[in-house]
Design a protein around this ligand. Structure first.
Ligand SMILES: [Zn+2]
Length: 120
């Protein structure tokens, strides 16, 4: 079970598309330039209200192996994205990456009944 954290809803936040549970503040968005099997994905440096799945070894690119851990919404159990861990990328400035699928979330102020736009 994940722990539930209180997020200050006065600030811009990203939330689960299915149950609108907030999982990250807009200020924790690092990059929109990432792609995953679900299409465009965002990188965050911090997420809350999520639970993590099993560790899984995965090849990111040929010759570079990484550990991936599924990230689920702690409330409804929907998959939101993945946590990537790799010793190989440590010298590039990060040891892990939190990648959230754009199609699984709502951005700040988005209506849950309107599909999110793919933005560049
Ligand atoms: Zn949810």
């Amino acid at each position: 079970m994940g722990r539930l954290f209180l997020i200050d809803l006065e600030r811009d936040f990203y939330s689960c598309k299915h149950c609108q549970t907030p999982f990250a503040l807009a200020e924790h968005l690092i990059s929109r330039a990432f792609y995953c099997p679900y299409g465009q994905a965002y990188r965050f440096d911090k997420v809350v209200n999520v639970s993590f799945g099993e560790r899984e070894e995965q090849i990111i690119i040929p010759g570079l192996c990484s550990t991936t851990i599924d990230i689920y919404c702690v409330k409804c159990g929907s998959i939101l994205g993945w946590k990537y861990e790799s010793d190989h990328v440590e010298n590039q400035g990060y040891r892990y990456r939190l990648v959230i699928a754009r199609s699984k979330i709502l951005g700040p102020g988005e209506d849950p009944n309107v599909p999110p736009l793919e933005d560049a």
